[in-house]
Design a protein around this ligand. Structure first.
Ligand SMILES: [Zn+2]
Ligand SMILES: [Zn+2]
Length: 346
């Protein structure tokens, strides 16, 4: 058998060639001279197969990934190792080199290929929405009290930005184009409704409150006839905290705990605990703050009566002994609260 290139006689030919001629013609890599990729100027997302993907990669990573995706390795080559380098950036073109070594029919082969990666700057739809101030929802934070104090406003801000950071990893519309503080509270405009709802829940988880939603038709897009809705998510925060005293359905109660799901309260008249769901918040009315609790002392104790000094009037008051106060004895310090002309021992 003769090699058709060099005419050498060989017992075994590969595709009609001797080993030397075959390797001379062979290339491990099939690689184009240039590839181009659309990259968003703002978030570095790249446009691939009809979709914007992978925001926030750095430019080098984008270049390397696009080189990787454009090369093909000939399966005849074994144990190949590829090494890529960006030689220099010329404008938006990354002049790069791909080195490869591999075993081809027991011969070790080394190749070097040049490739240019052209980054075509563009703006992805998310960033273009963001730049235009697009929003799908508004979170309105209000309080049962007329005003939200500045300390709480700061705390709310912190919960919002922390939650937003997490949400942004999955939802590029989790951004706040506008925040407006008004007399009654604060409004956060938010790029996506989905993230808006999650933010509202995070606020409720931290501060309690009641969430209501209302949808508003804002514009009718004249060219497409498409209706655009925006959703207002209102959160009404309670004007009480743990340890405060409220009136709820004619019960006088102390707040034992507050969480995203409910308020846990203690009925001061019968010492029973009960839960209030947040959608009943409107029925709860603050009576006294925690800091209005007053200390006093037990004057005397008989089998049936505890006598204490009323810290408001300095008169001696008798309490029939019940389960709650049975452990007190003379000279003990106790806590009281005076609500609606009635003194309660806590
Ligand atoms: Zn040959
Ligand atoms: Zn973008």
């Amino acid at each position: 058998m003769f090699c058709y290139q060099c005419g050498k006689s060989e017992s075994k030919l590969i595709e009609g060639l001797c080993l030397q001629c075959f390797i001379k013609e062979f290339s491990i890599l099939a690689i184009p001279n240039e590839v181009s990729v659309k990259v968003c100027t703002y978030c570095n997302a790249t446009f691939s197969k009809g979709k914007w993907i992978n925001a926030n990669l750095d430019e080098e990573e984008i270049i390397y990934r696009n080189i990787e995706n454009s090369i093909e390795i000939n399966p005849i080559a074994k144990n190949s190792i590829i090494d890529m380098h960006i030689l220099q950036m010329r404008g938006t073109i990354a002049e790069s080199i791909v080195e490869v070594r591999g075993d081809v029919l027991k011969e070790e082969i080394f190749e070097e290929h040049e490739i240019n990666v052209r980054l075509k700057k563009d703006i992805c739809p998310t960033c273009s929405k963001r730049n235009s101030g697009y929003y799908e929802a508004v979170i309105q934070i209000r309080s049962q009290a007329r005003k939200i104090d500045s300390k709480q406003l700061k705390e709310i801000d912190m919960v919002i930005s922390k939650t937003l950071e997490k949400l942004y990893k999955k939802d590029k519309l989790a951004y706040i184009p506008t925040k407006s503080e008004i007399k009654e509270g604060v409004d956060y405009y938010i790029g996506s409704l989905k993230s808006g709802r999650k933010l509202a829940l995070a606020i409720k988880e931290s501060f309690g409150g009641m969430i209501t939603e209302s949808e508003r038709l804002v514009t009718k897009n004249k060219s497409t006839g498409k209706e655009i809705y925006r959703v207002w998510i209102a959160i009404r925060l309670p004007n009480f905290n743990k340890g405060d005293f409220i009136k709820f359905n004619n019960k006088t109660a102390k707040i034992l705990n507050i969480n995203g799901k409910k308020i846990v309260a203690l009925d001061l008249d019968n010492n029973n605990t009960f839960n209030i769901s947040w959608n009943m918040l409107g029925n709860a009315e603050i009576l006294k703050k925690n800091n209005e609790v007053k200390k006093t002392i037990v004057i005397s104790r008989s089998p049936k009566i505890l006598q204490i000094l009323d810290p408001n009037t300095f008169e001696v008051v008798d309490f029939p002994i019940n389960q709650n106060i049975q452990d007190y004895s003379s000279e003990d310090e106790i806590k009281t609260v005076f609500i609606n002309n009635k003194l309660y021992i806590l």
